[in-house]
Design a protein around this ligand. Sequence first.
Ligand SMILES: Cc1ncc(COP(=O)(O)O)c(C=O)c1O
Length: 391
Amino acid sequence: MTGFNTKAIHAGQKGKNPSNALNPPIFQTSTFVFNDIDHANKVMSFESTDYVYTRGNNPTLRLFENRMAELEYGKEAVAFASGMAAISSVIFSLLKPNETIIVHKTLYGSTYSVVTELLPKYNMNYKIVDLTKLEELKDAIDESTRVIYFETPSNPDLSIIDIKGVSEIAKKHDIKLVVDNTFATPYFQNPLLLGADVVVHSATKYICGHGDVVGGVAISNDEDYIHYLKFAYMCEFGGVMSPFDAWLLLRGLKTLGLRMKQHEENAREVAKYLKNHPKIESVMYPGLDDFKGHKIAKEQMKGFGAMISFEVKGGLEPAIKFVEGLKLAQLAVSLGDCETLVQLPAAITHRGYPREKLAEFGLTESMVRISVGLEDKEDIIKDLEQALELI
Ligand SMILES: Cc1ncc(COP(=O)(O)O)c(C=O)c1O
């Protein structure tokens, strides 16, 4: 099985489903029954891969995990109740007190809070670096550095970070590299193939694709690490995904390739439209030839995704007028849904960033982020047009 769409539909499926059902059942059970004490001993000591309790393992979750592992070219995966459950568990699992994580200067707001507010409570340190500049990364590394973490493209300014370049530096210093691949999805980018040790996703976004699930997943080629992450962190912190959500995500995955192709086609048109509009100051989209990270994006991604950020001329007031004037696009957090979603990151998803540091992190109060949906591109652009006319 080599094609992305074939894997997204079939990977991880072993044999036939019960009653020859085309689709896997939802194993909606908290508990599994042991045959006898010998069976219990085997399962509890991992000699058998049978199931005990859904907080540790469940067949619907295992199928989702196996499918995600194949799509990301990893060996094992573990599902979580949310992207943040995956991210916080991965970060805490790789750090001990007095050790340091290096993160890129723009991160999803809750990840930024985990790093800057939670880690210090456990004497774990962080450094914020512009990881688009590899020299800055080299200067920031010291003997306490254990983890490098970033999103590429990053939320919300679409920074593109050279995964291979960072991984070569990380390997020299025996540092673990974790990449949040939520914006690109495995359809457009595979960080494990470029040297990352762990990939995390908010499955809530494109993997689900329909805005009706909150979920997360972490994938690696290190099977022992995933076992540790699953049983020492996911299972003990208890951030387990529900079997029903795993089933919905398996359904979402079947069309991930098709959806990403169309999302991107729409986004390219929207980015071009915005770029040429006299009321738009600047557009951040990795697919634009003159975008800062375009060259690296072209090398490490198979497509540029469908997230765009931009500045309306005149700052915050016209930006608010614009987002409030949209009729088809919805003013909402999240991304990767069929619906086009628009928001102001500094006021909403990235509210945790200190106001006085926004500029330092490449953000502004007036930045608009758009998750280009699957409506007809002409209708999306018509909606943007009528909202821009209001300013
Ligand atoms: C890049 C990125 N990573 C992680 C998350 C967190 O995921 P979740 O909301 O599923 O916890 C988000 C949410 O918006 C995100 O944009």
